[in-house]
Design a binder for this molecule. Structure first.
Ligand code: IPM
Ligand code: MG
Length: 361
């Protein structure tokens, strides 16, 4: 029997609640696919800090390294906002990404038909929207050196970060974007700020060159400010958006809202050892423990795990269908609630998807 090990990192806030729903799904997939899943849970983020004094405890990092894939809930909360920068829960995410070499972050913004009216944009603008943001994840200004805050001679301080990309970093993320575009609509829009930042001028040059090996993919370049505007003006012009770490951080949040709720969107970080899968949303401490959180992004992240880390793409298809079918039945968590919807809590939503999945496969 094929075995896979998953490091489960629930984290903070609503993290543990949504992960609990994902666990229900994993159980069903295990029996349906006749595979064995070895789940090991580790603390991360604020929970890691409370347990060991560090947001990414050694034991958690080791567990993640040994696993075939990592499933993460969310990290962060007001409780840890005033502690030292280097110990903030968010640092755990950066550590995991970088230590596991997960340089490619795939963030789909795909709208479910049933939720078309949940978007703040007009129906015709977002109907059938299906964008994939390919964000570089282990380089750029997030990791560039020098960085820090220094005190000047006059006693005032200066803060600085460095935007840096090497040719090989640009090529390897471009490869991911072009290959994934070949399986989609065959269009890549590379987003930079080449008119101002030399580093992204290089980015544009390398990507243009790289595209020559992919004659079946249409490449377009766009400045990031224009892209932010185009995403709300006419988002359906995009298929794959290829961009840097920071631009991808911002644009993927923007793209996610086109689909109605950030609570719906999964993500995959791949390229290195295993892969890490997590909902795009944060830990939402204000609604933690209330059974309000939308578990669908986490459940769909499980689908991405099966597709990208275990090469079991059919499980991803099943999960998308199961979620779609629950939405078509009218069930909604608070974040996607609209008139006539049947309100469901976190647990119930998990059970509903689980029940659909049982019937499906
Ligand atoms: C994300 C988050 C993280 C990021 C933070 C929490 C470090 O915003 O995954 O998009 O900036 O990458
Ligand atoms: Mg972000």
């Amino acid at each position: 029997m094929q075995e896979y090990s998953i490091a489960v990192l629930p984290g903070d806030g609503i993290g543990p609640e949504v992960i609990k729903q994902a666990n229900k799904i994993l159980k069903i997939l295990e029996s349906k696919l006749e595979i064995k899943l070895n789940l090991n849970e580790f603390p991360v983020g604020g929970a890691g800090y409370e347990a060991t004094g560090h947001p990414l405890p050694d034991e958690t990092m080791d567990g993640a390294r040994k696993a075939d894939a990592v499933l993460l809930g969310a990290v962060g909360g007001p409780k840890w906002e005033s502690i030292d920068f280097s110990l903030r829960p968010e640092r755990a995410l950066l550590g995991l990404r970088s230590n596991l070499g997960l340089f490619a972050n795939l963030r789909p913004a795909k709208i479910f038909d049933a939720l078309t009216d949940a978007s703040t944009l007009k129906r015709e603008v977002v109907e059938k929207l299906d964008i994939l943001v390919v964000r570089e994840l282990t380089g750029g200004i997030y990791f560039g050196k020098p960085r820090g805050v220094e005190t000047l001679e006059d006693g005032s301080r200066k803060g600085f970060n460095t935007l840096v990309y090497t040719e090989s970093e640009i090529k390897r993320i471009a490869k991911v974007a072009f290959e994934v575009a070949q399986k989609r609509q065959g269009r890549v829009c590379s987003v930079d700020k080449a008119n101002v930042l030399e580093c992204t001028g290089l980015w544009r040059e390398i990507v243009t060159d790289f595209a020559k090996d992919y004659p079946d993919v249409a490449l377009e370049h766009m400045y990031v400010d224009n892209c932010a505007m185009q995403l709300v003006r006419n988002p359906k012009q995009f298929d794959v958006i290829l961009t840097t770490n920071m631009f991808g951080d911002i644009l993927s949040d923007e793209a996610s809202m086109l689909t109605g709720s950030i609570g719906m969107l999964p993500s995959a970080s791949v390229g290195g050892k295993g892969g890490m899968f997590e909902p795009i949303h944060g830990s939402a401490p204000d609604i933690a423990g209330k059974d309000w959180a939308n578990p669908l992004a986490t459940i769909l992240s499980v689908g991405m795990m099966f597709k990208y880390s275990f090469d079991l793409e059919k499980a991803n298809g099943w999960l998308e269908t199961a979620v779609e079918s629950v939405l078509n039945d009218g069930y909604r968590t608070k974040d996607i609630m609209s008139e006539g919807g049947k309100e469901a809590g976190t647990e119930q939503m998990g059970d509903l998807v689980a029940a659909k999945l049982e019937k499906l496969c």
